[in-house]
Design a protein around this ligand. Structure first.
Ligand code: GUN
Length: 292
């Protein structure tokens, strides 16, 4: 039987700790962390994520400032808003939900967020710090999904040092920072992607396999080593019939479940961890502001 990595439970533990941190901040400094959540347009999945992030932030005591902009918003208007949020004393974290409309340059927008308010940890300065800072730097703003994956791995009673870790996918949001985080844990890390020759045989050597490709149920039991640990980052909505759909990961769960030692489910695995890590970054940003 494989161990199912319960992201909801682990995320709740992290949120409980943050709630106490935020109560302490409030009693000591008479203020609470503030998170600005910016959504442009009405992509259905983005609306679901934004709603979940807003709800979770409020639950732990973070003030949320919602900015839902029209799909026709242009880049200058969005950057104007970000500048206001950068200058606002109430805002510790700024989250711009991706993807943005095609007319807006994502990189320019993300780079306009002050690094110290970068709740997603996507700013080049934070990505740079992630790659060169010592392992135990608790003040880093770390990209939420990969950090959530790492915290799930740390729930297991295993040593990460020396493990053969394979990351499938090389996105800026997940694959690349995931590889950095695993490297810091002294794993031997390989990143595979759409142009990699014979992906399957590389994945099959992985002690730890992180699937972040965005292809529904792409990884099956022929890709995984007996006893491997699988973290499934994919959240794909697939149709069951004319009017019903369901969420599945990048891994064919039913196929690999018996072969692996641990696996994160979809839903209920990485998703809740991403949200909890966003709240962690916002709280850290607030603490950094108050202490410095
Ligand atoms: N879109 C998909 N994942 C994310 C994320 O982690 N942060 C933001 N801002 N947008 C996303």
């Amino acid at each position: 039987m494989s161990h199912i990595l319960d992201g909801k439970k682990v995320a709740q533990k992290l949120k409980d700790r943050l709630k106490i941190d935020i109560e302490n901040i409030k009693s000591k400094f008479d203020c609470v962390p503030g998170l600005a959540v910016v959504q442009v347009g009405n992509v259905a999945a983005s609306s679901v994520y934004v709603k979940a992030k807003t709800k979770a932030a409020k639950e732990v005591g973070i003030n949320v400032y919602d900015h839902h902009l029209e799909a026709t918003t242009n880049q200058d208007e969005l950057i104007n808003l970000i500048n206001q949020l950068n200058n606002s004393e109430d805002v510790d974290g700024i989250l711009v939900q991706l993807p943005l409309p095609k007319t807006i340059n994502e990189e320019v927008v993300l780079n306009s967020i002050l690094p110290e308010k970068d709740a997603d940890g996507f700013h080049p300065l934070n990505i740079g710090k992630l790659s060169i800072s010592p392992n135990n730097d608790e003040n880093l703003m770390i990209p939420c999904t990969p950090y959530g994956c790492l915290l799930l791995l740390k729930e297991l009673d295993i040593k990460l040092v020396g493990k053969n870790a394979v990351v499938i996918g090389r996105s800026n949001i997940v694959g690349k920072p995931m590889a950095q985080l695993l490297l810091k844990e002294s794993c031997t890390v390989t990143t595979v992607h759409s142009k990699t020759v014979d992906i399957k045989s590389i994945c099959k050597k992985a002690d730890i396999l992180i699937a972040a490709i965005g292809k529904p149920e792409f990884v099956n039991k022929d890709w995984v080593k007996e006893g491997a640990i699988i973290i499934d980052v994919g959240i794909n909505r697939v149709k069951i019939n004319e009017d019903k759909s369901k969420l599945v990961g990048d891994v064919l769960f039913s196929d690999v479940e018996q072969k692996v030692s641990a696996i994160s489910p979809v839903p209920g695995g990485v998703g809740p961890m991403t949200i909890a890590c966003l709240l962690r970054n916002t709280t850290i940003s607030c603490k950094n502001r108050l202490i410095n």
